[in-house]
Design a binder for this molecule. Structure first.
Ligand code: SF4
Length: 400
């Protein structure tokens, strides 16, 4: 389900922007539709009230918890309680909880979400992935299908039913650039009605020119002028490639204007090497963009938004951990508004890669930091827990 289709359905039931706004806030924040002196039962139009139970049931069915797996024990992380699969969802104020969630979509397909420390959540954007990174399980079966924007938001709703979520990273299964309209639509909702700060929405990509173009377009977007004397223009379905939102009108116009201004997410780039030929082998179906151009385009976005680019680098022993790589990283990233995240590879059955030794990893990070490249070592794919994407789904599919 796409959010633009949900919005249209609400409008067909007589919802005005204020009704859409309240319903989408209630759903995405797992809150009430009631307001002081304005209960939903009198606020929503009758047709919408009548249809609300069916809509809620559909939204609930978009993402269901199929299994829950504790984070792999790590010396730097708290252990989870290991309650196992199919536990009942529960409210929790523990926003440092880490766990991997196997999420079943309405058609039985499964994806993964990962609860991260400090209120973070990693969501999936596709079932499978077409990029085929050689160190990732998600690419094994190729792309099975896209997630609709409502399915992406539904993962946040599912996580929020157990604890607060204040940051969402689009680094789970799938390449966001290959499902960009849905990803941007989800980002737009999460950054407005979903109440998540723009810089806490992190779009991760292997690098695709259309991502840079769409994000830069968003920076120059001006909210549509308020239509004179009416609320009709919001009824127009967004054109393809346009993120859902609606122009300001009447009471509540400021809030609606904020909802229509494009949300500016932070950007993460999966770099993994500075050697173009090696990158083409590691990420076989990523767009072939010169690495220097990738960094220049990312830098332009970083400077325009004041959010540093997060470069992701899965560390593979004997593959991309050489001194020559370090020298090229320094040349490439010196003076750039960027953070480099080293992510030591986690062993996965069926993949022959290994992570470098702890000493080598520490030396690499130290060398770069000494040369002015801000470098961090993360436990796994930005997740800080074991989460080579695709492992859970593979396990879940075998269970079938
Ligand atoms: S690492 Fe990301 S882009 Fe690469 S195959 Fe896995 S999900 Fe796709």
């Amino acid at each position: 389900m796409r959010l633009s289709h949900l919005r249209q359905r609400l409008r067909d039931l007589g919802a005005k922007p204020c009704h859409e706004d309240r319903l989408l806030r209630g759903w995405s924040q797992v809150g009430s539709y009631d307001r002081a002196h304005s209960p939903a039962k009198t606020f929503f139009p009758l047709a919408l009230r009548n249809e609300l139970p069916a809509i809620e049931a559909e939204l609930h069915g978009l993402a269901r918890l199929r299994g829950e797996y504790p984070a792999t024990p790590s010396p730097t992380l708290p252990r989870t309680t290991g309650e196992g699969a199919n536990v009942a969802l529960r409210a929790s104020s523990n926003d440092d909880e880490v766990a991997r969630l196997l999420v079943e979509l309405h058609d039985g397909q499964m994806v993964e979400s990962v609860l991260l420390p400090r209120g973070g959540l990693c969501v999936s954007t596709q079932v499978g992935c077409a990029v085929g990174c050689v160190f990732c399980m998600s690419g094994r079966d190729g792309l099975l299908r896209q997630l609709g924007s409502a399915e992406i938001v539904a993962q946040v709703v599912l996580a929020r039913k157990r604890r607060a979520v204040s940051k969402v990273v689009f680094m789970g299964m799938g390449e966001p650039a290959h499902n960009l309209d849905n990803v941007l639509e989800a980002i737009q909702l999460l950054g407005t009605q979903g109440n998540i700060g723009h810089k806490n929405l992190v779009l991760s990509t292997v690098g695709d020119l259309k991502v840079f173009e769409r994000l830069m377009e968003g920076l120059t977007h001006k909210p549509s002028p308020q239509p004179s004397g009416g609320t009709t223009s919001h009824l127009t379905k967004p054109a393809s490639g346009q993120v859902a939102g609606y122009p300001a009108s009447g009471r509540g116009g400021e809030r609606e204007k904020r909802s229509s201004a494009p949300v500016k997410p932070a950007l993460a780039i999966s770099l993994h090497t500075t050697d173009s030929a090696l990158r083409a082998k590691l990420l076989p179906h990523a767009p072939q963009i010169a690495i220097e151009e990738l960094v220049e385009r990312a830098e332009a976005y970083a400077r325009a938004t004041s959010y540093p680019i997060q470069y992701q680098w899965t560390l593979l022993d004997g593959v991309n951990d050489s001194d020559a790589e370090l020298e090229r990283i320094v040349r490439l990233l010196t003076g750039k508004y960027a953070v480099l995240n080293f992510i030591p590879f986690n062993a996965v059955d069926g993949l022959d890669y290994r992570r470098p030794s702890a000493e080598r990893i520490a030396l690499m990070a130290q060398t770069l930091n000494q040369q002015g490249i801000y470098t961090r070592v993360r436990d796994s794919a930005g997740h800080e827990i074991d989460g080579a994407c695709g492992q859970l789904r593979a396990r879940g599919v075998k269970v079938e």
